[in-house]
Write a protein that binds this ligand. Structure first.
Ligand SMILES: [Cu+2]
Length: 170
């Protein structure tokens, strides 16, 4: 009998069981919104000039995006040099087309051999060493940025992007 009474929950108790978690969730959401908004500082991007290996058909663009502000996303790339431009990530030999690449806040996004890169297909004309063209990068938050890209031989690309390997450092 007394056991049955202990199992009985009063209407107020039932309300508390529902209201307390709802209150906690509500507070958590509000705190999350305030924190998110508080850290929502504008991105401050600067982009290095790019390098592209010479090719008659298919090439890549490597460059570095430095961000002295809040997070942004690289959402598109345009160039007259190619009919098809994509953002790719590389996992081993696998290239995946990506819709966007995150540019972390107060950090650098490096597009480099073996990692994420801009893929150029259906080249308007063969890319020969010494040529330059431009790419325009579009971002979710920042204004578009146009930078020059220099076409170099694969050997030169290695020297410029992998100086450690060239110098024989461990
Ligand atoms: Cu690719």
């Amino acid at each position: 009998m007394s056991g049955g009474e202990r199992a009985t929950v009063s209407p107020l108790g039932r309300l508390a069981r529902v209201a307390v978690p709802v209150l906690f969730v509500t507070v958590a959401i509000v705190v999350a919104l305030v924190v998110t908004h508080g850290s929502n500082e504008p991105p401050r991007l600067s982009v290095t000039s790019g390098l592209a290996p010479e090719s008659a058909e298919l090439s890549s663009v490597y460059l570095r995006i430095d961000n002295a502000g809040g997070t942004d996303h690289l959402v598109g790339v345009a160039t007259d040099a190619a009919g098809l431009v994509d953002l790719h990530s590389t996992d081993g030999n696998l290239m995946d087309t990506r819709g966007k690449l995150t540019v972390p806040g107060h950090a650098t996004l490096s597009l480099e051999p073996g990692g994420a890169h801009i893929m150029l297909d259906h080249l308007a004309q063969p890319l020969t060493a010494g040529r330059t063209f431009t790419v325009t990068l579009s971002f979710a938050r920042s204004e578009p940025i146009t930078v020059p890209v220099e076409v170099v031989s694969y050997a030169e690309l290695g020297r410029r992007l992998l100086p450690g390997a060239e110098a024989g450092r461990p």
